[in-house]
Design a protein around this ligand. Structure first.
Ligand SMILES: [Zn+2]
Length: 311
């Protein structure tokens, strides 16, 4: 009797276990589908963040919207409504900021009143520019470039180059990270500025770097110092000049018309904004450090002004 009862109990237990398993699988499937929907809702936001971080600020406005639309259609109906609400909230404040600029300095008031017609007048007087809006008003066709100073380490100056460089300081609980950015502004015709900034976020680092670049603009003395050309124009540098930053030394050598900029891509960015079309560039030192390389070029352009003769 005890053996039969035991067998019956065992069969009952097996049946219960099977039922429980089927129930678990049945309940588990909706759970998985819910997780899928959650990931589908969260994925567009994550991809937006990734897109905004990877691409430069000027280029990011065009590229992400094309990618967003199909993802939104695939997702649930609730997600797009939230995103649109966020977009409207984000679009609102910047437009108001652009309209209102209340100058805090005397120079700012003079610029807004129209006393200065060009930035050359301010730089000639040696006035200190403390407000980036002054540059925005006086140079409407402002050119802007971000120097890609960061990237994951590897051969040839980094496998994957990024606009911001991650820097770390040691803390007793680990590493604390910040992001550094380098930006160049100018009018492409003899005025150039460079700025560096550090922030805990990618976008703020770029914005602060651009702001600093606007505050540090200089005039570039151009000419034609090439004996092969001798046109007397302003397409190159007037004489051979050097600049240093860290271990990097950069020498700019005058070149005749048609040579172009014989330099790396990051150096070309700053020379193009400075308005120099033909130049040979000679470098020495650890030029893999692209921030030092760019700063050395800027220092060389600055040293042009310390030469003798009329500007
Ligand atoms: Zn020439």
């Amino acid at each position: 009797m005890t053996e039969k009862e035991a067998k019956e109990k065992a069969e009952e237990i097996e049946e219960e276990v099977e039922e429980a398993l089927t129930e678990d699988s049945a309940t588990a499937q909706p759970g998985k589908s819910q997780q899928k929907t959650e990931t589908a809702e969260s994925s567009p936001e994550v991809k937006q963040k990734a897109g905004s971080e990877d691409s430069a600020p000027a280029k990011s406005e065009e590229a992400p919207p094309g990618e967003k639309e199909p993802e939104v259609e695939a997702g649930d109906l609730e997600a797009p409504a939230k995103e649109e609400g966020l977009k409207d909230d984000e679009r609102g404040p910047p437009a108001e900021k652009e309209v209102e600029w209340i100058p805090k300095t005397k120079l700012g008031n003079d610029v807004l009143a129209g006393k200065y017609k060009s930035l050359d007048d301010i730089l000639e007087k040696g006035e200190l520019i403390l407000e980036p809006e002054i540059i925005d008003v006086l140079i409407p066709e402002l050119m802007q470039e971000v120097i890609y100073i960061g990237g994951s380490p590897g051969k040839g100056g980094g496998i994957r180059r990024t606009a911001t460089k991650m820097t770390a300081r040691m803390h007793k609980s680990g590493r604390r990270f910040k992001l550094a950015a380098l930006s160049v502004v100018g009018n492409g015709d003899g005025i150039v500025g460079i700025g560096r900034a550090i922030s805990s976020e990618h976008r703020t680092a770029l914005e602060k770097a651009t702001k600093n670049a606007k505050l540090g603009v200089i005039r570039v003395r151009r000419g034609c110092g090439s004996w092969e050309c001798g046109c007397g124009g302003s397409h190159s540098v007037p004489f051979r000049v050097s600049g240093r930053e860290g271990s990097v030394t950069v020498t700019l050598i005058p070149a005749p018309k048609g040579v172009g900029m014989v330099a790396s891509e990051e150096v070309k960015k700053i020379l193009k904004i400075a308005g120099i079309r033909d130049v040979w560039v000679k470098t020495s030192g650890k030029t893999e450090t692209r921030s030092n390389l760019t700063m050395a070029v800027f220092n060389a352009l600055k040293n042009l002004n310390s030469g003798k003769g009329d500007l």
